[in-house]
Design a protein. Sequence first.
Lengths: 91, 285
Amino acid sequence: MTDYWLSKLFFDLQQDPKLAAEFRADMAAVIDRYEIRPEVRKALLADDVGTIAPLVNAYLLRFYFQVRGMPEGEFISRLHALKAKEGTTNG
Amino acid sequence: MASLVGAFAASHGPIIARNWDTMAAGHRDKLKAGFDEIGRRLKACRPDLLVVVSPDHWVNFFISNLPAICIGIGEEHDGPPEPFMQKVFPHQRLKGHTAFGRHLLDTALDHDFEPALSHRLRLDHGTCIPLWRIGVDIGLPIVPLLVNDLEEPMLSIRRCLAWGRLLRQAIESYPEPLRVAVLGTGGLSHSIGETTMGWIDEDFDHACIKHFEDGEDGRLAAFLTDALPRTGNGAHEIRDWVIAHAAAGSKGFELIDYFPSPETLVGAGFASWKVAAPATAQARS
């Protein structure tokens, strides 16, 4: 299910390097300018890829974690861990 | 009357630009050889204009306004906004071709297609990595055709085939003797931001190549319609290849090279279509 405001935050961060710099300095302050639901806000502050991933376009997700400064290898590992979890859940 | 003088396709993964200088030399050489061969063939076509079919990576459009397909009809377009692209392809402006862009738009509307239009697009790595690597003459006018390959729902493969035929019709009905080439970018298989990120689906890629070589539209559409939902999301960019394929007349392509490129996260593909003779020439023969 697409979360519009989360998507908008990620899109704006990609479009605007100044906003991205602000975000790196104070994530919570930038998040609070958007209508982000409390549980999503919590997931953002915790870099909880699993909660965020189903809510946004996968390319925007990748851009976001680049802005966030997460090395691509770590981002991929976290995604793969979700797959392993899915596999376990699905038996 | 204008004519189609060449149709090509090449991958465009952003890591090609980001890591060009640091990737293993042997791998870079393979990528370089693929792009160089496209560049050589494009130059040999002596094009006056290049139609580049590629996705928009959330640069011009967002989910608040997301066209299925958009024609760039401006006199010029902006170069890539990504800092990693500006380092390797430092062109702030790229020349457009308003007359042909407008003719393509009018032809589309006359045939009940409803594209979006833009008088100025920002051309991201999807367009500019191939332009950079094939060494395109920066003065060559470009008409961008941006296709939504990133966010579902997307154009059906059937519609991409129709768009390719329409593009060919627009080229052949353009009143001036322009030599037009088409370049489809992206693909082959890759997976971005998904739980399978990094997966290169070689079975999909080989089957895809077989269908493009075969050239038959019905089988190509049936295969892709069935297979795309089961492979990585990056493979949706194959729509850009399908448009180039149909513009060339669906006569099959010559694969220049294919190899899985885990270094750049894509199934790297380079191809050149056999261009069917214009409809009027076929009628005469």
